[in-house]
Design a protein around this ligand. Structure first.
Ligand SMILES: [Zn+2]
Ligand SMILES: [Zn+2]
Length: 130
């Protein structure tokens, strides 16, 4: 599937999927103003046009954005070499939320949107450290 940032300087090419996860962690919400609608792509993700700007948000991850328009593009997990893309980039694609993570950090002021699998931050770290 193909996506692009708001100004069109960066195009994203990623394997198609219709599943997304919502991340309610405080960092995603600070970064994007709300929960990240995250597309976990299996396989290669490529960018064309301008190069994404990268912000090292932790020792193990970077957050990417367009340096011209500021559109949030991805969360990049360094040890796994995996791009987790923002669902909003892909206007042609429809998605189903099948997981919500860091539910223990979700504030009260917006509701859960799905009856999907829900995991706390501790449960996420336990799963991915195995
Ligand atoms: Zn842009
Ligand atoms: Zn998050």
């Amino acid at each position: 599937m193909k996506g692009q940032c708001l100004c069109g300087a960066i195009e994203i090419n990623a394997p198609s999927t219709d599943h997304i996860a919502l991340c309610h962690c405080s960092m995603c919400r600070r970064w994007g103003g709300g929960p990240m609608h995250a597309v976990h792509c299996e396989g290669d993700v490529s960018f064309s046009g301008a190069s994404p700007s990268r912000y090292p948000s932790s020792d193990w991850a970077e957050r990417g954005f367009c340096g011209q328009c500021g559109t949030h593009l991805f969360y990049y997990l360094i040890p796994a070499d995996q791009y987790i893309l923002s669902a909003g980039l892909f206007s042609e694609q429809s998605f189903t939320v099948d997981q919500e993570i860091f539910v223990d950090e979700k504030p009260e002021y917006y509701p859960f949107t799905s009856d999907s699998v829900k995991m706390t931050g501790a449960e996420v770290f336990a799963q991915y450290s195995q």
